[in-house]
Write a protein that binds this ligand. Structure first.
Ligand code: ADP
Ligand code: MG
Length: 325
């Protein structure tokens, strides 16, 4: 059973709200307002290396949630923070909270609650740090969008560049050797992702479907295609990547760019008639936006200019290969 089968089998139920499980955000109507709500956690050893800069953790814990709000075209409003820590370390907490509030201030959202517990130590070893943020944003009801609106004939777009965060992980694991400057740049992409909130707002009324790329392009595009009931062709050489990533050997490059994860860029679909407006939105937000393919009536994902999808190219799945999978 993989992560998504687990969610579908045990937790997905029909809901009376506007949108329940299966999208980047749940949507609930409250009076004239529609609220977008999302939650994501970071667990030591799974999502980050032990001893990582606490400032980057404070930033990233909120950033990954704001990225889900961006996909939904929501304006961030407030968030909750739940922490499980092996000890109360003032230096750690100071750096963590400063970076958290820096991003919150920039994006105009306030911390309104949470929970704090001590992580148990097991056999003399510290339990893992776990950070869970729940973010709440507001969406305009007339421009609600999710993963399910892609139509055959739409263009497929992605913001920024993909793959550098995964390259940073490969470097940290000794799978590739990068020079110091390149390693530092990739590590920044991994530790300090920039949620594309402004772009998400600028794409209201333009993007027919959107998702944030958190688990790798192939896996996350798969969610859009499945929910929209369509397929797509992606021109792999067009998928934007850094010069550092272009310089690494082709198999690792392919894995990072197509299945890397931790990119937090927006992947979205739009009518070809809106190409100019989309380019303008990118310019307004000072972010490169690249057309990487087309949505097709024929189901499935075709990777053009590449040798196709194999088992190594699935999106990140917490339970793939685990006992009981
Ligand atoms: P994202 O990568 O955008 O955070 P996920 O891929 O983690 O989204 O989750 C897919 C969908 O499943 C989302 O709608 C999420 O809210 C939902 N989901 C994940 N875990 C659970 C759970 N334990 N109970 C209910 N819904 C869940
Ligand atoms: Mg998401």
């Amino acid at each position: 059973m993989n992560e998504f089968e687990l969610i579908a089998r045990y937790f997905a139920r029909p809901v009376r709200e506007r949108q329940g499980i299966g999208d980047d955000c749940a949507l609930i109507d409250v009076g004239d307002t529609t609220l977008a709500i999302t939650t994501d956690s970071l667990t030591e050893h799974i999502h980050f290396f032990p001893g990582v800069d606490p400032a980057s953790l404070g930033h990233k814990a909120l950033a990954v949630n704001l990225s889900d709000l961006a996909a939904a075209g929501a304006r961030p409003r407030c968030f909750l923070l739940s922490l499980s820590l092996p000890r109360a370390d003032p230096a750690w907490l100071d750096a963590f909270s400063r970076a958290l509030f820096d991003l919150a201030g920039r994006e105009g959202c306030e911390l309104i609650g949470g929970d704090t517990t001590r992580a148990p130590s097991i056999a003399g070893q510290d339990g893992p740090v776990t950070i869970c943020v729940t973010a709440i944003g507001e969406v305009e009801r007339c421009s609600v969008r999710g993963r399910g609106g892609a139509r055959a004939g739409d263009d497929l777009w992605v913001s920024g560049q993909l793959g550098d965060a995964a390259l940073a992980v490969a470097h940290a694991l000794g799978q590739v050797r990068l020079d110091q400057e390149s390693a530092r740049a990739c590590r920044r992409r991994l530790d300090w992702p920039q949620p594309r909130v402004r772009l998400g707002l600028a794409l209201r009324g333009l993007a027919t479907a959107a998702i944030d790329v958190s688990d790798g392009l192939v896996g996350d595009l798969g969610h859009v295609l499945q929910r929209s009931g369509v397929g797509a062709g992606v021109n792999v050489p067009d998928v934007p990547r850094s010069d550092t990533l272009r310089a690494v050997e082709s198999e690792l490059q392919r894995r990072c760019v197509l299945a890397g994860g931790d990119d937090y860029e927006l992947l979205f679909t739009a009518s070809p008639d809106d190409g100019e407006a989309i380019a303008a939105a990118g310019r307004d937000c000072c972010i490169a936006i690249t057309r990487i393919g087309t949505v097709t009536l024929e189901r499935g994902l075709r990777l053009v200019g590449d040798r196709g999808i194999d088992a190594t190219l699935r999106g990140f799945d917490h339970f793939a290969g685990a006992p009981g999978a």
